[in-house]
Design a binder for this molecule. Structure first.
Ligand SMILES: Cc1cc2nc3c(=O)[nH]c(=O)nc-3n(C[C@H](O)[C@H](O)[C@H](O)COP(=O)(O)OP(=O)(O)OC[C@H]3O[C@@H](n4cnc5c(N)ncnc54)[C@H](O)[C@@H]3O)c2cc1C
Ligand SMILES: *[C@@H]1O[C@H](CO)[C@@H](O)[C@H](O)[C@H]1NC(C)=O
Ligand SMILES: *[C@@H]1O[C@H](CO)[C@@H](O)[C@H](O)[C@H]1NC(C)=O
Length: 485
């Protein structure tokens, strides 16, 4: 029997849309328990299962599967691995990269893993991989705790927590990966395990940034932290006041020391106008005088600042769902005035130079964190080695979005991708001129699909390659897209 399995692993080619895949879907229907379902094109649940934040990251699958029990995920991964069937694992579907959580083969949606509980004794929360962060904030609010989750609505807990996770409280408690206590994992061979620092330190390291390389996570346990009312919200400024805003950002980046204060600033070009948006956050019902005064003194187009719940603040952000979009990133060790001016200049430049017929939207996210934010880890992580953490790399995310019908999209897609690559390279050079090391790694949750793995994992890569050989010797997870170690 073993030899037959080995043979199947080695010689059966991966044929995504073939009749074989249709047969695999039918077999899945037969072998999975009644807690799980298989859907086909034309069914409403299928549309939900293949749906993504940007339509350009979605694709049609032969079928979608919603496993309802971890045992069914185990059966499924064995079935797909043995038959070499391409598949995708989707949590919140917020990647902008085609094929990372979409596939022409079998789409797995984790949406039925929705349980969430708070353990007051351990101060941890355990939750299913099918939730979005809004659900998690809402469910934990009655306990007056929150987790280090996303800063805008709709983000899946899966990709965020398996890739890094920058939150409004990262200055206080680190990245999401720094707060993980355990993962419930279905390994590529179908084994169901709980992975902790004690049970398997190397796999625990790998999951903290390794996405789907080591299997499918159905449940996370993270440290929870006390959460009361917060102060903050969104201020929108016109381009007329941009110099004042950039000055305030440079001062905040260089001088802020209070870990309860955080902000994200988005430069924005939409057809016909340029703006700069700043979302302020303070982890108390009011912010001490001084921290945000510069921002409050600048005339704005609109402000939405108040004492509010964490969930209300999260819901104030976000946007651009349902467009075509490409995403990328440059690391920024220092948000110097020159760096911030370069980012604004890129906003103006690409806003003016991308094809106007595609209604381009260009945005850069300036995300200053304290150097101490990167020292909160209690064990090694795949994303951000000790060396990279010491470099204090703020992720400057960029999204270039547009609208076009499918026929036009084929023409625009390479133009937008080339533009975002050129912009990231330009900004990385500017950052290096301001003193950033040339081996600064990039944040995989923002990076464009073909970013080399050395640019993401840096000096951790050899360790991850070794771990991959141990955990997934037949490269079952290579059948699913994403960052492939
Ligand atoms: C509007 C917007 C705002 C954002 N804000 C933030 C932010 O504040 N901070 C931040 O750090 N990032 C942010 N991001 C980036 C975000 O972290 C990534 O897009 C992340 O991958 C989204 O997770 P997801 O589960 O929705 O993605 P998905 O597309 O579902 O998954 C992404 C990858 O992770 C894999 N994966 C997901 N779940 C599992 C699982 N359970 N087991 C194995 N593999 C899995 C998938 O296979 C895929 O390769 C933002 C993105 C957008 C579009
Ligand atoms: C949460 O905080 C509120 C307001 O301070 C308080 O009334 C409530 O009892 C707290 N709930 C728990 C579970 O501690
Ligand atoms: C603005 O951006 C363009 C395009 O990348 C570049 O050619 C130009 O040198 C930039 N100007 C400044 C002042 O940075």
């Amino acid at each position: 029997m073993m030899y037959v399995f080995l043979w199947l692993y080695m010689v059966v080619p991966a044929l995504a849309t073939s009749p074989i895949t249709v047969a695999i879907c039918i077999i899945a229907e037969k072998i999975l328990s009644s807690a799980s379902s298989v859907y086909y094109p034309g069914q409403q649940q299928y549309d939900k299962d293949i749906n993504h934040w940007t339509i350009s990251a979605a694709q049609n699958s032969v079928c979608s599967v919603e496993p309802g029990r971890i045992e069914d995920v185990s059966l499924l991964i064995k079935l797909l691995g043995l038959t070499r069937t391409p598949f995708a694992v989707k949590s919140g579907g917020h990647t902008a990269n085609l094929g990372f959580s979409s596939t022409p083969g079998v789409q797995i949606s984790l949406s039925r893993f929705r349980d969430i509980s708070y353990n007051a004794k351990d101060k941890t929360a355990t939750f299913g991989a099918g939730l979005v962060w809004d659900d998690v904030y809402a469910a934990l609010a009655p306990y007056n705790v929150s987790l280090n989750g996303a800063r805008v609505p709709g983000i899946g807990v899966g990709g965020f927590t398996l890739g890094g996770g920058y939150s409004y409280r990262t200055n206080q408690f680190g990245l999401a990966i720094d707060t993980v206590v355990s993962y419930k994992l279905v390994k590529p061979n179908g084994d169901i395990v709980s992975v902790t620092q004690a049970s398997d330190p190397e796999l625990f390291f790998g999951l903290k940034g390794g996405f789907n390389n080591f299997g499918i996570v159905t449940q996370f346990t993270l440290r929870a932290f006390p959460q009361g009312a917060v102060w903050g919200g969104v201020i929108t400024y016109s381009s007329a006041n941009v110099n004042q805003v950039l000055n305030a950002l440079a001062t905040f980046s260089a001088k802020a020391t209070d870990p309860k204060a955080a902000l994200v600033s988005n430069t924005l070009s939409v057809p016909g106008q340029f703006q700069i948006i700043v979302t302020l956050f303070y982890d108390a019902p009011s912010a001490p005088k001084g921290i945000f005064d510069d921002f409050l003194a600048i005339p704005s187009l609109s402000t939405d600042l108040s004492t509010r719940s964490m969930l209300s603040l999260i819901k104030a952000g976000g946007g651009f769902d349902g467009l075509r979009a490409t995403s990328h990133v440059t690391p920024n060790a220092f948000y110097t005035p020159a760096m911030l001016n370069a980012i604004w200049n890129q906003t103006l430049y690409w806003g003016a130079h991308l094809p106007a017929a595609a209604n381009p939207i260009v945005t850069y996210a300036i995300e200053p964190f304290l150097p101490s934010a990167f020292t909160r880890a209690t064990s090694d992580s795949a994303y951000l080695s000790a060396k990279s953490r010491a470099q204090h790399l703020n992720p400057t995310g960029m999204v270039f979005a547009y609208t076009a019908d499918p026929a036009q999209a084929a023409k625009y897609e390479p133009i937008f991708k080339a533009a975002i690559r050129e912009s990231a390279a330009f900004l990385t050079q500017a950052a290096e001129r301001s003193g950033q090391p040339s081996d600064a790694v990039v944040y995989p949750n923002y990076a464009i699909f073909d970013t080399p793995l050395t640019d993401i994992y840096g000096d951790n890569l050899p360790r991850l390659v070794k771990l991959k050989k141990r955990v997934d010797p037949f490269n079952v997870m290579g059948l699913a897209g994403g960052w492939k170690i």
